[in-house]
Design a protein around this ligand. Structure first.
Ligand code: ATP
Ligand code: MG
Length: 429
């Protein structure tokens, strides 16, 4: 196939073999979000470029080098969204739904776009489920986000494979004081810093903290500590969060170097990380952004949120063998019919059965075929049972009921009794 007719590098098809696991994951998260009182919001995938520059920050990896930006036909600069928070904040401001201190607990799911180097767990189109909470400023809501993800890991069987890292970035004032101290310290060691860190020292000094360069890391050992610069309010907030996590029994480690890639965070930041995915170890990340709404032209509005990467979590479920067994079967019952009259009766019968058992996954044979070929298709479908309708069955108003996975003999069941019989032997999801 010529290259221009292939999918773009880093943008993947999610094939039918994979979608059951995606739907299982997304469905599990959606149910939890419903149960905790979050409501879904759906934003456009394209926004004005300015939105992301303003909210994410000009001097971030995303805005500096990862955005898919292009001119609209009328000359407006547009960008495929690299994350969800910016558009979500724009939407709540535009519709006034956080005005007057109204609490909003919102979530979204969908594709995000970043021009990164594609590798396992890192793509150019990837998918996030994220949430944002507005107008709640206490550590109780920060804790709720984390407790909910902890429950999610429990439901998915991933608790042993993830670790919670926490930090507090303080208020913008305390972070400002810390930034000054850090810049002063790093400036004194500037000739020993790696090139990236030297550049960041001028543009976004906190990001020097998450350098991967070993020499810079060695220098950072003696650097001022963010924790020493927290004001009382930030300190109390952080203690309040930790007390709640302790109350639920959620283990965490404090990572003083956790600064997150985006500019807008304040106070709580956290990441759920795993060592099961190689270098792409963060599966869920977020934090508090009390200054962002104001920075985007709204009234001061506290906010907190997180996003998880669906690809990475799906990879984890596969790597740890946590894919539920029942996902491998997509068909419960396969209905075979032989001859034109039987086909008509089969269609009518199948519709009656669907009325009675709305969750039954019933596949009716299409394209006719011999006994042998229809049974082959029935078996290949993964169905537990085949139903057989030929001339004899038609005359007696019964179907042949044949277990395909070795659970007993074929029997004959009256049409009127079929739904009740299926209800007893097919587990319905
Ligand atoms: P990383 O440090 O891995 O680049 P990030 O800090 O840029 O992550 P966020 O912007 O916080 O990521 O996005 C939240 C989550 O979305 C990440 O924790 C990760 O699970 C997922 N994610 C981010 N970028 C990608 C990508 N390019 N491909 C797949 N998943 C991604
Ligand atoms: Mg990144």
């Amino acid at each position: 196939m010529s290259k221009s007719l292939q999918a773009i590098r880093g943008m993947n098809d999610i094939l039918p073999e994979q979608t059951p696991l995606w739907r299982y994951f997304e469905g599990t998260v959606a149910r939890l979000l419903d149960n905790y009182g979050y409501r879904q919001i759906r934003m456009p995938i394209v926004e004005f470029t300015e939105l992301f520059k303003r909210s994410i920050g000009e001097v971030t990896d995303i805005v500096e080098k990862e955005m898919y930006t292009f001119d609209d036909r009328n000359g407006d600069s547009l960008t495929l969204r690299p994350e969800g928070t910016a558009a979500c904040v724009r939407a709540v401001l535009e519709h006034g739904i956080t005005g007057g201190g109204q609490v909003q607990k919102l979530w979204y799911v969908g594709p995000m776009f970043r021009h990164e180097r594609p590798q396992k767990g890192r793509y150019r189109q990837f998918h996030q489920i994220g949430l944002e909470v507005f107008n709640l400023e206490g550590p109780d809501i920060d804790a709720e986000l984390i407790v909910m993800t902890w429950r999610l890991w429990g439901e998915l069987g991933l608790r042993d494979a993830v670790k919670l890292e926490l930090n507090s970035l303080g208020t913008s004032e305390s972070r400002g004081r810390y930034r000054e101290a850090l810049v002063e310290f790093l400036s004194a060691h500037i000739d020993k810093l790696d090139e990236d860190s030297r550049r960041r020292l001028k543009t976004n000094p906190l990001r020097v903290l998450d350098t991967k360069n070993a020499e810079t890391q060695a220098i950072l050992v003696d650097a001022p500590k963010m924790a020493d610069y927290l004001d009382d309010e930030s300190r109390a907030h952080f203690e309040g969060l930790k007390a709640r996590l302790d109350a639920v029994g959620i283990p965490y480690v404090i990572n003083p170097k956790l600064v997150r890639g985006l500019d807008y965070y304040s106070k709580t930041v956290f990441e759920w990380v795993t060592d099961k995915l190689g270098a792409q170890g963060t599966v869920c990340a977020g934090g508090r952004y009390d200054g962002l709404v104001e920075q985007m032209g709204g009234k001061p509005t506290p906010g907190v949120g997180f996003a998880m990467g669906i690809e990475r979590l799906v990879l984890m479920l596969e790597a740890l063998d946590k894919v539920p067994e029942e996902l491998s079967r997509q068909v419960d019952v396969y209905l075979c019919a032989f001859g034109e009259a039987a086909e008509l009766a089969a269609l009518a019968l199948s519709e009656r059965i669907r009325d009675q058992l709305p969750n039954l996954r019933l596949q009716i044979n299409a394209g006719a075929g011999s006994f042998k070929s229809q049974f082959k298709k029935a078996d290949k479908s993964g169905a537990l049972y085949a139903l057989i309708l030929g001339d004899d069955e038609l005359a007696q108003q019964v179907v042949g009921f044949k277990p395909l996975r070795g659970q007993g003999e074929q029997q004959s069941i009256a049409w009127d009794a079929l739904a009740a019989h299926l209800a007893t032997c097919v587990v319905q999801g």
